[in-house]
Design a protein. Structure first.
Length: 190
């Protein structure tokens, strides 16, 4: 039951994008098409889960053991950068079309504060490894959910006759704000 609560809370109540406002750059940049949003969500899911496992192990078995906890942020960024490079190489081989669609936003996963944020949050919450993995998966699924919903709405907005001043980014920002308010309504659940 503990794991289920962590997943529900990470997806809906404490959604990394819509409640904690981390990972806004890929949220706004890659959410033009649902297919691209799903691809980015999958890449973030993979990187966030692996990064959480690796950074948890580094923190608990290297940084704490050798009393160099002050190196936490630098170590985490290096791990995340290496994992993103791995994802980039894999995507280039497996799905060149998705690799092209994600474009510059794929390397930007390295600087996605949501991934670094999750790695730091699991240490702050003193989660064990399994709770950390469940939290990372739930958070990544919440990121993907927000991205896909937003992309679907943006695709629909492109077909609507909006006033000239509301086309594109202005309407997207209004929708993002409404989505954030909607997800904050889940705050009383957990």
């Amino acid at each position: 039951m503990d794991y289920l609560i962590i997943i529900i809370a990470a997806i809906f109540v404490n959604n990394i994008v819509l409640a904690q406002f981390l990972g806004i750059c890929p949220f706004l940049g890659v959410s033009g098409k649902v297919k691209t949003a799903v691809g980015m969500g999958g890449a973030v899911l993979f990187v966030m889960t692996l990064a959480t496992v690796v950074t948890w192990l580094i923190m608990n078995y290297i940084l704490v053991k050798f009393n160099i906890v002050f190196m936490q942020t630098i170590a985490y960024i290096l791990v995340i950068a290496a994992l993103v490079q791995m994802v980039e190489i894999i995507l280039k081989k497996i799905s060149p079309s998705l690799y092209q669609a994600l474009g510059v936003f794929l390397p930007l996963i390295t600087t996605n504060c949501a991934i670094l944020g999750v790695a730091i949050i699991v240490i702050q919450k003193d989660y064990d490894l399994m709770h950390s993995v469940v939290f990372a998966i739930g958070t990544a699924l919440g990121f993907m959910l927000a991205l896909v919903i937003f992309a679907g709405i943006r695709e629909h907005l492109e077909k609507l006759p909006l006033p000239k001043g509301m086309k594109g980014v202005p309407s997207a920002l209004v929708v993002a704000g409404i989505l954030a308010l909607a997800f904050m309504g889940f705050a009383g659940l957990v």
